[in-house]
Design a protein around this ligand. Structure first.
Ligand SMILES: [Zn+2]
Ligand SMILES: [Zn+2]
Length: 295
């Protein structure tokens, strides 16, 4: 809740006029508690888990050629029932674990001092903090994910997430409840180390989930803006991790590729890519020779 009764009070306190965004934030948040603002994440996550994978579901069912040629594992087809079952399981996890976790984790947000007041952070501040959060999450997630691939971790916990050997958007948050809890730590670590504004925190939680849905989409779409992010793994990168399955000792990182490169856990993937590349070249050459013969 803001400590100012009116916009004039806020302007007096800041010693300047409020920007349009700050006025909007003032109007929206002035009579809402910090706890209620924090709990907005529950609604955001519900909407993201439900809506963001929908275009991928339609792509999978309609088999539009624009999408079809970018499907990473074209031989694997999931029915509508299978995809809805995945969504239903995610919803169950959402209402039993993710939602309640948000409701009770507010003291930690208060402790790390996520602020809700004015001034709002600049666009640069938000951007830099988000990059820091992604880097910290990626590094921590890499090691937790690697641990989850030990015999015990995989059999007891992580095998649930690997049920989908060809992932779909809905399967991004599909995991054992313990994994959902454990992977909350890397998401929380960035804001704990570099605390920011509640809006930055909302953006972080939302973007991290959207990123995970893209990574699990099953489509390597060439026009996604994430293609321009340096060292970004993307759908094809993480798809290989699911494709190999339980034995996978490759591509553990959740966002970027450099951890797997540095710690040598991308060798299987690099070899796979090389073999696929050779195969494609061969097919291309055979196709060319055949068309020459026909001429
Ligand atoms: Zn895994
Ligand atoms: Zn995955």
């Amino acid at each position: 809740m803001l400590p100012y009764a009116t916009i004039s009070d806020a302007e007096l306190f800041l010693g300047r006029t409020l920007t349009t965004l700050e006025r909007l934030w003032f109007d929206y948040s002035k009579d809402k508690s910090d706890y209620f603002l924090y709990c907005h994440n529950i609604l955001f996550l519900f909407l993201i888990f439900s809506l963001a994978p929908l275009p991928l579901l339609f792509a999978e069912l309609s088999r539009i050629s624009g999408f079809e040629r970018h499907k990473i594992q074209p031989k694997v087809r999931l029915s509508l029932q299978e995809m809805l079952r995945c969504y239903w399981d995610v919803l169950r996890m959402f209402f039993l674990v993710i939602g309640p976790l948000q409701l009770v984790s507010y003291p930690s947000i208060k402790f790390i001092e996520i602020r809700t007041g004015l001034p709002l952070p600049s666009a640069w501040e938000v951007l830099i903090q988000l990059v820091v959060y992604f880097v910290i999450e990626d590094y921590t997630n890499y090691w937790i994910h690697r641990f989850l691939h030990c015999k015990w971790g995989y059999e007891k916990i992580h095998s649930v997430h690997h049920e989908f050997t060809a992932p779909i958007g809905f399967a991004a948050p599909y995991a054992h409840w313990a994994e959902v809890l454990i992977l909350g730590i890397p998401s929380f670590l960035g804001p704990a180390i570099v605390p920011g504004h509640m809006i930055t925190f909302w953006l972080w939680i939302a973007l991290r989930q959207i990123e995970a849905i893209e990574t699990h989409s099953g489509y390597d779409l060439p026009w996604t803006p994430t293609k321009y992010i340096p060292f970004y793994g993307g759908a094809e990168y993480h798809d290989y991790h699911h494709y190999v399955g339980g034995q996978s000792q490759s591509n553990f990182a959740s966002v970027f590729t450099y951890c797997d490169f540095i710690y040598g856990t991308d060798k299987g993937y690099q070899y796979h890519k090389k073999v696929l590349g050779k195969l494609k070249d061969e097919q291309l050459r055979t196709g060319e020779r055949n068309s020459e013969k026909l001429d």
